[in-house]
Design a protein around this ligand. Structure first.
Ligand SMILES: Cc1ncc(COP(=O)(O)O)c(C=O)c1O
Length: 225
């Protein structure tokens, strides 16, 4: 087997399909204006729409935390990498969101992988909006659950799938604000259908937290739980 040849061919294939990814060279990133090859550009491709990357009180708090606790937790949280400030943060976020408990992850990808694979296994059916973020799809794959995509925001299609799997344990999962199109899930209808067919609902509020429902997200904005 000539693995080098296999990989080079694959790379050429990706380039021919315009699917080859380049990592942009940035002189200065994480701001409203970024510098690319010395040129000042307005950044329309980041998730920093609340401007938190340059929030002065967050910068000061981060510096203080690093000087108190160092720049590594030294191990995973379930070993010896836990700190009281994590517990404090989770308590505050849970209070803010109006829930009993909260668990903070390092990024959204890991949150979706962890939550879905912790809740569901091969005995579950997961119904997922076609435009959900890729991390949700990876979480579903990791869980080994049976997986069906419903057409984007199509409640008739969702209901059909719920009816077909009425005897199974079911999870409906959706972005609340969709990451690519920026539209919003039909959450009230999803909750109604979940109650009608005995399903759980999981929402990804990555693009709604800080924006809707006084910062608490679309679930809060619509008065849902
Ligand atoms: C809806 C949604 N969920 C999860 C993620 C993954 O988040 P992260 O980039 O923090 O891993 C993203 C990323 O943009 C997203 O848009």
């Amino acid at each position: 087997m000539n693995y080098e040849k296999i990989f080079l061919e694959k790379l050429e294939e990706l380039k021919a399909q315009s699917l080859y990814r380049y990592i942009p060279k940035l002189d200065v990133g994480a701001d409203k204006y970024i510098k690319v090859n010395g040129k000042r550009c307005l950044n329309l491709s980041s998730n920093n729409y609340l401007g938190l990357s340059k929030n002065q009180s967050l910068i000061e708090a981060s510096k203080e935390a690093v000087s108190m606790f160092g720049c590594s937790s030294s191990a995973s949280r379930i070993v010896t990498g836990n700190y009281s400030i994590y517990d404090e943060l989770e308590h505050k976020v849970a209070q803010f969101k109006g829930y009993e408990r909260c668990l903070i992850f390092g990024c959204g990808y890991v949150a979706n992988l962890s939550v879905i694979s912790a809740i569901c296994d091969r005995d579950w059916v997961i119904l997922s909006d076609k435009l959900n973020h890729a991390s949700i799809i990876d979480g579903i794959r990791l869980s080994n659950a049976k997986y069906f995509r419903y057409k984007h925001n199509d409640m008739d299609h969702l209901e059909k799938l719920l009816r077909e799997h009425s005897s199974k344990k079911k999870l409906i999962v959706t972005d609340t604000v969709f990451s690519m199109d920026g539209d919003i899930a039909e959450l009230q209808d999803i909750v109604y259908l979940s109650q009608k067919y005995g399903a759980m609902v999981m929402v990804d509020e990555a693009h709604a937290t800080g924006i809707f429902g006084k910062g608490r997200g679309v679930v809060h904005e619509l008065g849902l739980k």
